[in-house]
Design a protein around this ligand. Structure first.
Ligand code: ADE
Length: 224
C-alpha cells in the first residue's frame, strides 16, 4: 500500500512512521508513506498556501490552487482509491473504516490547518473526510498519523501472531478483556485464578464475559 500525505508541516510527520510496527511495515515493503510539503505548490514568492476568508472572520483558509496542483500531480502518476481530508467536522474513524481502508492500494491524505480548506476542495477533490474524534487538534497531521497507524498495522504480514489484530478491542465490537503478566501476585493484588488454571476453554469463556462486562460499563453504545 502507498499513502501520500499532503501537509504544511512535513517535519511533524517524520517521527511517527519511523518506529516500531510502521517502520517494520515499511522495511518489509508492505507500506510506503510519502510526505509532500504543500508549500512547494504555494503561490508567489512567499509560496502562500492560505488566505483570509471571504465574508470576514478570524482565521485563514487553505487555498484550492496549491492543493489542486499537488493532488493533480500525484493523480497524474497513479490512480488513487481515496483522497481523504482530515478534519474534525467529519465522520469519526472506527475500526471498520480502518479495516476497509487497509484493503486499498493508494491513498492520499490531506492535512487541514487554520480554519480548514476552501469548501471547493471538499466538494470537488476530496472523496472521503475523516475525523479522529470530537475534539479539535491544531492541525490534521497528528490525526493523519493516527489514521495511517490504524491502517498500517492491519496490512497482511505487518503483525505477527503475537500482535495479531484479530484480538484487538473493537474487532468484534467489544472492548478487550483484562490482561495480566508476571508476577502472579504484586503487593497483595492477585491475578484471577482462572488465568493460571491452564483450562483454555474456561479462560476463553471468562475473557468473553469480561469483554462484554467492560463494554457494557464503558462503551454501551458499541452493543446497540
Ligand atoms: N484536525 C483537527 N482536529 C481534527 C480531528 N479531530 N480529526 C481529524 N482532523 C483534525
Amino acid at each position: 500500500m502507498r499513502i501520500d500525505i499532503i501537509t504544511v508541516l512535513p517535519g511533524l510527520l517524520e517521527g511517527p512512521f519511523s518506529h516500531s510496527i510502521l517502520q517494520r511495515a515499511k522495511d518489509k515493503g508492505l507500506l510506503e508513506v510519502h510526505l509532500h510539503d504543500l508549500r512547494a505548490f504555494g503561490l508567489g514568492k512567499h509560496q502562500q498556501v492560505d488566505d483570509t476568508q471571504f465574508g470576514g472572520g478570524a482565521g485563514m483558509v487553505m487555498m484550492i490552487e496549491p492543493i489542486d496542483k499537488c493532488i493533480s500531480q500525484l493523480k497524474s502518476e497513479r490512480d488513487y482509491d481515496e483522497i481523504i481530508y482530515m478534519t474534525p467536522d467529519a465522520t469519526v474513524l472506527n475500526q471498520k473504516m480502518a479495516n476497509n481502508l487497509s484493503l486499498k492500494k493508494n491513498l492520499i491524505v490531506l492535512c487541514g490547518h487554520y480554519k480548514g480548506v476552501d469548501q471547493r476542495v471538499r466538494d470537488k477533490i476530496i472523496t472521503m473526510e475523516i475525523s479522529i474524534g470530537d475534539f479539535v487538534l491544531s492541525g490534521g497531521e497528528l490525526a493523519a498519523a493516527v489514521l495511517v497507524d490504524s491502517i498500517g498495522r492491519l496490512l497482511p504480514g505487518v503483525l505477527n501472531d503475537a500482535t495479531s489484530a484479530l484480538f484487538d478491542s473493537f474487532q468484534d465490537n467489544l472492548l478487550s478483556y483484562p490482561v495480566y503478566t508476571r508476577p502472579s501476585a504484586y503487593k497483595g493484588e492477585e491475578v484471577p485464578d482462572i488465568l493460571l488454571s491452564g483450562h483454555q476453554a474456561n479462560i476463553e469463556k471468562w475473557r468473553q464475559e469480561k469483554a462484554i462486562l467492560r463494554t457494557k460499563e464503558i462503551r454501551p453504545d458499541l452493543l446497540d
